[in-house]
Design a binder for this molecule. Sequence first.
Ligand SMILES: Nc1ncnc2c1ncn2[C@@H]1O[C@H](COP(=O)(O)OP(=O)(O)OP(=O)(O)O)[C@@H](O)[C@H]1O
Length: 207
Amino acid sequence: MIQLINVFKKYGEKIILNNICFTFEKGSIYIINGKNGSGKSTLLNIIAGYIKPDSGTIIINDEQCIGYVYQEDLLLTNLTVEENFYLKYLASKNINLNWYKCQKEEIFRILNLQKLKDKRVSFLSGGEKKRLQFAQLLLSQPHVFLLDEIFSALDEESEDVVIRILEKISKDKIIIIVSHKELNFKIETISLKLEEGRLILNDKRSL
Ligand SMILES: Nc1ncnc2c1ncn2[C@@H]1O[C@H](COP(=O)(O)OP(=O)(O)OP(=O)(O)O)[C@@H](O)[C@H]1O
């Protein structure tokens, strides 16, 4: 569970998050939309602990491990796809080498990254970089997935692959997606809108 209690943030005179109170529960997929500049990335950055709110509290249960795909990518452009993936392994304390090798095979296959493994990241397309970032996230097995605009760069086929993976793993995770696109989940998702500093429940839909 991630609980936001009266989370307030402003930049200069502009109020971005206006005393937000909301609880994100395990086993649910949240999709947040809202106009450009409404504060969606700010909200994810606050949940991830990268930015501090001006006031309010964020309670995260069980010291959950948070995985984040940013709007801007943090990949090392001079290294290859495989090397970037390997770096994630080196940074993850809970993964042993054998398990890493199995996971690499599996994750690269599912996300169609085998053919790209020796390519330098500087030569990847936007969607290919997002697939690599998502692959890194799957390797690190976080309890919380924060996905900022991951789908904007993905074609239909890749979008479908990522959505099916998220559906499969969602049971014991908190998945928070920022997206301007309609996403074709087959399981229930919770649709939220960030508007004038407030997080509003859009609807609860079963597709
Ligand atoms: N470090 C900062 N300093 C000042 N203003 C900032 C800073 N970071 C973000 N902002 C402003 O805060 C507002 C919210 O930004 P944020 O990136 O959270 O919006 P967003 O909803 O994610 O937008 P988009 O849909 O365009 O990605 C914007 O007006 C932005 O210019």
